[in-house]
Design a protein around this ligand. Structure first.
Ligand code: ZN
Length: 221
């Protein structure tokens, strides 16, 4: 019989968005926001703090300067940041030089503003090809739960889209652009918490996946 391993993990001081106690035997789900920062970022922060959770924000580089203060607060709260290009360009249609600039300038502005080293990249429109992959060392992160908040106008429907597809190790795609998305958060976050989900950042999720793999490989020996 397989030995059951109960594993409690403390993530401490390893990185700014990596500081909570997480039980890796319980379900985890990562909330991600594309296209921000925006005038809604502060409302998102308020909801995240109400439910004591963190998220990952894939930032558009050219918006960072205008929203420095709220981004600094998000960082202090333990949220994670990723790169979503500098001007939301469809990178797979661009020349090498533009691709490089779009990615590097975004890393730079996030590093300069937040003193934060970016590790993750989500291409705008999910548009990626071999050239783009070759031009960056960042880990590319997509999603597997689409809230469809860019086209669905109703907060309840956005929340249902997430609840209906929620799963362990899920990555939820939302946008930091609409008040309806902020309202949807207030519906699905508490609901999923009652169903035993722990909200984690992408950085935490990647680490949890690695640990689970290791444990599985020990158990199957
Ligand atoms: Zn986008």
């Amino acid at each position: 019989m397989k030995k059951v391993v109960f594993f409690f993990v403390f993530f401490l001081f390893l990185s700014p968005c990596f500081g909570k106690e997480i039980d890796i035997n319980k379900k985890v789900i990562a909330l991600t926001f594309d296209d921000g920062p925006s005038k809604y970022t502060k409302d998102i922060r308020e909801v995240l703090n109400t439910y004591k959770i963190n998220a990952t924000f894939f930032l558009v580089g050219n918006k960072v300067n205008q929203y420095q203060e709220i981004l600094k607060k998000l960082k202090q709260d333990g949220n994670c940041f990723g790169n979503h290009t500098y001007s939301h360009k469809w990178l797979s249609k661009e020349k090498k030089q533009t691709i490089k600039k779009e990615i590097e300038n975004t890393n730079q502005v996030i590093e300069d503003t937040l003193n934060y080293k970016v590790r993750y990249f989500r291409p705008a429109y999910g548009a990626i090809n071999k050239t783009v992959r070759k031009l960056t060392d960042l880990d590319i992160i997509f999603w597997n739960i689409d809230s469809q908040d860019w086209k669905v106008k109703n907060s309840k429907q956005i929340a249902y889209n997430i609840i209906n597809h929620a799963k362990d190790e899920g990555i939820i795609l939302m946008h930091d652009m609409y008040s309806r998305s902020v309202n949807a958060l207030k519906i699905f976050i508490p609901y999923l918490q009652t169903k035993g989900y722990q909200f984690v950042t992408i950085e935490e999720l990647e680490e949890i996946k690695k640990m689970r793999k290791k444990i599985n490989s020990y158990e199957s020996k």
